[in-house]
Design a protein around this ligand. Structure first.
Ligand code: PLP
Length: 395
């Protein structure tokens, strides 16, 4: 079978082996703990779901403009301008079917054959594939593990060529939980600006931050305007409001580029599902209730982060890991556990699953198959049991 040139370059998902095995073992009646997924374990807050139901009953079930309901775009712009302390033009906001589509829109609108896009690594698994689908070349760039793999201008400069057109950064980061400070983000933004490089900053985990000092977790809009060149900010409702299945993300960038993204989206999917947009309008618009939900969920994730970190140190002192400052993943190193039958984390995760029933994601999905990722978006009991199972193999 001959597929299109775009699709020929698409690699099978690095998580497929483990997820297929997990499914088979579950069907065989095995007790599986699945900590491989990337979503909050909470339900969408009731005030958000209720708004969607009311919207449906009130007839909000028709097409909207491709870039989203204007009231939603304006509300998102209002939240962004509060954050930035300066006016944010709602014409730059495009609402999409999840942050994933926002990223697709950005990458497809900005990059193509011959372009290189630096991807801060370890990376969320879809970034390189999205770049590849646009027929540009993804170039993973790793920062030092001792600094949570965070990249800096000197590291980026070493990877830059005259074909470099973009940089994709994720803070807080999936899979490491690393968080860039304002200073770190500012020097990177300035580096990109001075070289005419588009900075795509994925801040989908922005509200899931585990430290007291909020100022050490910066977003792109905290960076002084004079330091920022061309950028696309990516965010959405999925992680902040436990709305993964609703599929609402957004991008914010220059309005001419936003218009191109909306044009692209109008040919691919048109508007994000209208009831989901109505729900998102409530999530982004009802600031008081939303803040309470976000605060409570973030507090639960922080408690679980503390639990997981403490238990890792107790039960598996020889397993190196990155202490997560944001998001809800623990990224830990497993190559000292490899042997001739288990030469990489993909095989190691299969062994772990087979022998203990614990499903994790091998580092191949994030660019380094010496590591593995465990989600801690689960109850304390489940996490305790998962860590005991992990210690059986890794302790
Ligand atoms: N960006 C990162 C870093 C993610 O981890 C995810 C989902 O896991 C997404 C984007 C996609 O978010 P959405 O569900 O809004 O498409």
């Amino acid at each position: 079978m001959r597929y299109s040139a775009n699709i020929e370059r698409l690699k099978p998902s690095a998580t497929i082996a483990v997820s297929t095995l997990a499914k088979r073992l579950a069907e065989e009646g095995r007790d599986i703990i699945n900590l491989s997924t990337g979503e909050p374990d909470f339900d969408t807050p009731a005030f958000i779901s209720d708004a969607a139901v009311e919207g449906i009953r009130g007839g909000q079930t028709r097409y909207t403009p491709p870039a989203g309901i204007p009231a939603l775009r304006k509300t998102i712009a209002a939240r962004l301008s509060e954050r930035a302390g300066r006016a944010v033009d709602w014409a730059g906001v495009v609402v999409s079917s999840g942050a994933k589509q926002s990223l697709f829109n950005a990458v497809f609108s900005l990059f193509g054959p011959g372009d290189e896009v630096l991807v801060a690594a370890p990376y969320w698994t879809s970034y390189p594939d999205l770049v590849t689908l646009a027929r540009a070349d993804a170039v993973p760039v790793f920062g030092p593990p001792e600094d949570d793999f965070k990249v800096s201008p000197s590291i980026l400069e070493a990877a830059r060529t005259d074909r470099t057109r973009g940089l994709i950064l994720n803070t807080p980061c999936n899979p490491t939980g690393a968080v860039y400070s304002l200073d770190q983000l500012t020097v990177i933004a300035r580096w990109a600006r001075e070289r005419g490089i588009w900075l795509i900053c994925d801040e989908i985990y922005r509200n899931i931050y585990h430290e007291d000092d909020r100022s050490s977790a910066a977003g792109l809009l905290d960076v002084p305007e004079s330091a920022i060149g061309d950028f696309v900010l990516i965010d959405g409702a999925s992680k902040s409001y436990a709305m993964t299945g609703w599929r609402v993300g957004f991008s914010y960038c220059r309005s001419d580029v936003a218009q191109k993204m909306a044009d692209l989206q109008s040919q691919v999917t048109s508007n994000t599902s209208t009831p989901a947009q109505v729900a998102a309008l409530e999530a982004f618009g009802n600031v008081e209730l939303a803040w309470t939900s976000v605060r409570d969920m973030a507090a639960a994730f922080r408690r679980r982060r503390d639990l997981v970190v403490a238990r890792m140190r107790e039960l598996m002192p020889s397993v190196p890991f990155i202490k997560p400052h944001g998001a809800f993943y623990l990224f830990f190193r497993v190559d000292h556990l490899f042997d001739s039958e288990v030469p990489d984390a993909t095989a190691w995760c299969s062994r772990l699953l087979e022998e203990t029933g614990l499903a994790l994601v091998p580092g191949a999905a994030f660019g380094d198959d010496r590591w593995a990722r465990m989600s801690f978006a689960a109850s304390d009991d489940v996490l305790e049991e998962a860590l005991c199972r992990l210690a059986r193999i890794a302790g």
